[in-house]
Design a protein around this ligand. Sequence first.
Ligand code: ADP
Length: 273
Amino acid sequence: RLAADIFGVILFSALIAGVVLNTVFLVREIRRNERQDSFLNAVTHELKTPIASIRLYLETLQRHPVDEAQRQKFYGIMRSDTDRLLNTVETVLKAGELGQRREQQRARIELHPLVADCIQTVLRRHHLSPETIELAEVPGNVRLYVMGNAEDLRTAVMNLLDNAVKYSPNGVHIVCRLGIERYTWVVLSITDTGLGIPPPELKRIFKRFYRAPANDPVKIKGTGLGLFLVRTIARQHGGSVRATSEGTGKGSTMLLRLPLAIGNKMTTDSAST
Ligand code: ADP
């Protein structure tokens, strides 16, 4: 009788565990599908909007007489629409490619010039004045090297900078710093004064297709792939990325941590962050 009771309890517990597990898997699946649906909507929008805009300006140029100033203005708009298109296509392709890639070409890369170069591209892309994005000198003027793939590292830094601009709708002020942590890591911090990230979202934002609802994804466009790409690239380099924020409206800091290349000449302790 006791054995039968114990058996009954075990059977019942197994049944409950089964139901709970099934529900968890189901909810996860639904969430994943929802994320993929909103990703598809976002990508479709990100492709259709600039194409529609380019077409409109081309038609206007074809059919209506416009003066030289207007013509230049239209060319400028079409140029930034084309950049936006390219950016979306590159992000989607890169996300697919990184997942499949087995081997990577690596070289010794100095990070400060790479970040400086990315900043120039972002300033141009968003028509910002130079003082809106600061790059601090490395303490002690130490040259910081990592072993890595320059193109991938550029993609990671560009995504972080693009986000810092995009999620600062009320004015851009970004500070980038490079430093050494525990003589092992190079840390790039990118601090903005934008919308900020609520604490529960700080980890989720690195998931594929995830877009934080608090940051008004309807108005600020994106695919939810940028930070996923950054995390994949950081991990492929033996590093990591994380976000900190004082909360909504108080800006955010992204910290990209990469292994310091062996042979990096450290002349001073002051390079530690
Ligand atoms: P996307 O920008 O295309 O939505 P990302 O993967 O780059 O996708 O970012 C995921 C989410 O993280 C964004 O939707 C946004 O909510 C949040 N986020 C990323 N960077 C920032 C930032 N600098 N400030 C505030 N929120 C950010």
